[in-house]
Design a protein around this ligand. Sequence first.
Ligand SMILES: [Zn+2]
Length: 317
Amino acid sequence: MIRLFRTLFVLAITLALSACQSPDTNEAAKVVGEANPINIVVTTSMITDLVSIIGQPYVSVNGLMGPNVDPHLYKASEGDVRLMTGADLVLYSGLHLEGKMVDIFEQMEKRGQNVHAVSDALAPEDLRESALFAGNHDPHIWFDVKLWEKVAKRVGEILIEYDPAHGEHYQANLESYLSQLDELDSWIFAELQRIPEQYRVLITSHDAFGYFGRRYGLEVRGLQGMSTATEAGTADVQELAAFVAERKIPSMYVEASISPRGIEAVRAAVRDRGFEVQIGGTLYGDALGSPGTNAETYIGMVRENVGLIVAGLIDKP
Ligand SMILES: [Zn+2]
């Protein structure tokens, strides 16, 4: 039955794709300018931010997933498919982050569309194994700023390849952004040094922060595993609660794109064990914040998260 559904789903995508205009393989010859920008469709808000910065002012970036949207569960609408088929370039994160869109990307690639997974920039040794699925990798690559720099370089290459006439311009945008990312990376190290060593533990709704922890020296415990598509069970809640109570961790965190219920259950279970743990705030996990918040850019989002983490873990309970 599941196979039948999958077949029907793939068929539906194929039909939706063939109903759209065939991608013009000579499209790369188009003369790009401010009045005629490269039409780029991307998935997550982190990629929207990155491509806009490196490509400005010669790109028009259309992000399918807005602020606070969970990419693990996001299903492409017919309108999304139409946007992607009409685009000059399609960029997505990959490593199964967009778990419900994998078939669509495969189909588009088969049809010769200019589609790239930005995580292709990373080498196998950059990637963390996923504890949840053997052979899969943790898709939350953006929380190691050094890995995000590699992704930025890849985006630069893709733009230069598409529009070599503005190659020097993209290269200059890239280099200025890389120096901002270098600064961000050093700042995170310095900030986290303020947390007493025994409290350098980050507890969140799901395992979005594994790369962050690996790079910056925090132990990370997620309640839900690496995809939000799996729910935490009672045993997970109790195990995490025992850990928090024993280590007297001052704060745990919820995530903007995920229901706080799980972490609240852990908090109640910690209380049953005679310890009071705070909710240190809402971290941005798999999406940037809304326009007008400090987290509407990638750099802003990382800074907001680090601010909350430090504030919640330097206070002794
Ligand atoms: Zn996630």
